[in-house]
Design a protein around this ligand. Structure first.
Ligand code: NAD
Ligand code: DAU
Length: 336
């Protein structure tokens, strides 16, 4: 039986992880430590809040006392908590450094003091920078770090701290770097849920620049299954890439796919000002996790998009509440 501390469990991937874990490992106990920023929402966990194996602590990962309290009796940490949106990091970088860098260091110190058996750090492909559009190469786990946005720079710093705590203090860490996720409960500031919910509201989908940037899209459950396998079979101190198996797709083609699946025309695209320093392409070679740990994604792109669209259709109340209030101010600032 494991006692797991999940950080950032009220966000998109973290809430899906907790649900996945309680279903697949009903003998384990989970403590969710989350400060509930704009992106953290306890509604994401409504169906499991009364599960006797689940407990919630509202608190900040940069606060040593709270983290110390949350770490009591814990043997495994899965660290999702972060400021996660690139555009917000361009508008206001400070919170990214505080949570993503300082927060990770506070957690690592506590994990060390409490002798946890595993500290799994959830990271991103963006720490490797960008691949030019005319190049076919893919990053591997030993590619050099070259982050280009305040978000990716703060995640890169966190990855370096995790690696340093392994070398210096022998903290039993693993790291995963994953590509773009989609699925239920994703805050509608990110491209896919923004596109789906805008279309449901009769609004256009904003595309930065010409939409020729390339991303790789993974269904969130495939990500969480990969973390499960890394916790079970991954080697301490190792990094594992997690990505999908669809061919390259530009943002424009992705949005056109969403339009088609939702029965909308291309007149619903609106080209807007590009993101400063917009990374052209991310591409991961995830052969290591496939070869060593026998993980592969189960959902292809079409299935992942369809399931995501279906979820947003059924859960209109959820995203309409999320899109009201403060989010409206951000939307105006970002897209005006
Ligand atoms: P999210 O923004 O949806 O959720 C982040 C959660 O962290 C929220 O619940 C928020 O309240 C919480 N949080 C933020 N600051 C905190 C603090 N100081 N103390 C405690 N809790 C805090 O993010 P997400 O998309 O679910 O991403 C989760 C993790 O996965 C992040 O580390 C992100 O870098 C990484 N990641 C995300 C993607 C993606 O496509 N979304 C891809 C690869 C990696
Ligand atoms: O690659 C993994 C990363 O994916 C995660 O680490 C981040 O937490 C997550 O936010 C995501 O970052 P991106 O910047 O790739 O995701 P986003 O959904 O913001 O944008 C995807 C692409 O779509 C990107 O090239 C920018 C573009 N875009 C985005 C928005 C919000 C648009 O064209 N229009 C938009 O309105």
């Amino acid at each position: 039986m494991k006692n797991i501390l999940v950080t950032g469990g009220a966000g998109f991937i973290g809430s899906n992880f907790i649900r996945y874990w309680l279903i697949n490992h009903p003998e384990d106990k989970i403590v969710n430590l989350d400060v509930l920023t704009y992106a953290g929402n306890l509604e994401n966990l409504k169906d499991i809040e009364k599960n006797p194996n689940y407990a919630f602590i509202k608190g900040d990962i940069t606060d040593k006392e709270t983290v110390d309290r949350a770490m009591k009796g814990i043997d495994t940490v899965v660290h999702f908590a972060a400021e996660s949106h690139v555009d917000r990091s361009i508008l206001e970088p400070e919170a990214f450094v505080r949570t993503n860098v300082l927060g990770t260091q506070v957690l690592l110190d506590a994990a060390r003091e409490h002798n946890v058996k595993r500290f799994h750090h959830v990271s991103t492909d963006e720490v490797f920078g960008m691949i030019p559009l005319d190049r076919e190469d893919r990053w591997t786990e030993s590619s050099p770090y070259q982050p280009r946005s305040p978000y990716s720079a703060s995640k890169a710093a966190a990855d370096h701290l995790v690696r340093a705590y392994r070398v210096t203090y022998k903290v039993p860490v693993t790291i995963s770097n994953c590509s773009n996720n989609i699925g239920p409960y994703q805050f509608p500031e990110k491209l896919v849920p923004l596109a789906i919910t805008n279309l449901m509201e009769g609004k256009k989908v904003p595309i930065y620049g010409e939409g020729n940037q390339v991303r790789e899209w993974l269904y969130v459950e495939d990500h969480n299954r990969a973390i499960d396998i890394i916790l079970l079979k991954g080697s301490l101190g190792e990094t594992y890439f997690i990505g999908p198996n669809h061919p390259e797709i530009t943002n424009l083609r992705l949005v056109k796919k969403i339009l088609k699946l939702m029965g909308k025309g291309e007149d619903m695209i609106e080209y807007v000002k590009d993101r400063p320093g917009h990374d052209q392409k991310y591409a991961l070679d995830w052969g290591k996790i496939k070869g060593e740990l026998e993980w592969e994604p189960e959902n292809d792109l079409d299935a992942s998009l369809q399931k995501t669209i279906d979820w947003y259709k059924v859960n209109e109340d959820w995203w309409r509440r999320v899109k009201s209030g403060k989010y409206r101010e951000y939307y105006k600032k970002q897209y005006s």
